[in-house]
Design a protein around this ligand. Structure first.
Ligand SMILES: [Zn+2]
Length: 149
């Protein structure tokens, strides 16, 4: 199961549609066994979404969504910032922290993301600032941008 990969669907209209209901602009999303993106996914995005796919295999779809939404709602209460709360979701912390490491999926420890309480604020804020500044660029139309979530 460790080496299972989801089915990747590139260049779909679905993420844009889902972005209307989400606090962040969705470029790619894991929905059970399928990962849907509105662009051609990079290695980093494929890895990021495969990490979510592995989390989903560990939890089952409903529990995964439940824990994901629980973390987000709790984060909104705690941080009063929907976008920061997204980066504090345990599932996203694991994915954002490790999506640049090509060996991560081989060495990943099952369920660790649920219980690990590291202090992610430094690299999370760095990632948030990078993504927010890219989003700022779309608002002013300088170039098209797909953040990878
Ligand atoms: Zn993600």
């Amino acid at each position: 199961m460790r080496f299972w990969k989801p089915i990747f669907v590139h260049n779909s209209g679905l993420p844009k549609l889902l972005s209307w209901f989400s606090p962040i602009c969705i470029g790619a999303i894991t929905l059970g066994f399928v990962v849907v993106a509105d662009h051609e996914m990079s290695e980093e995005t494929l890895r990021h979404e495969t990490i979510h796919f592995q989390q989903f295999l560990e939890m089952g779809f409903l529990f995964f969504i439940f824990v994901y939404m629980w973390d987000w709602v709790w984060g909104c209460i705690k941080y009063k910032d929907p976008s920061l709360s997204y980066y504090m979701i345990r599932a996203e912390r694991e994915a954002h922290k490790n999506d640049k490491d090509p060996n991560y999926l081989k060495n990943r420890v099952r369920y660790e993301w649920l219980f690990k309480d590291d202090d992610p604020l430094v690299w999370l804020l760095k990632r948030k600032v990078e993504n927010d500044s890219k989003r700022f660029r779309i608002r002013f139309g300088r170039r098209f941008y797909n953040p990878d979530h």
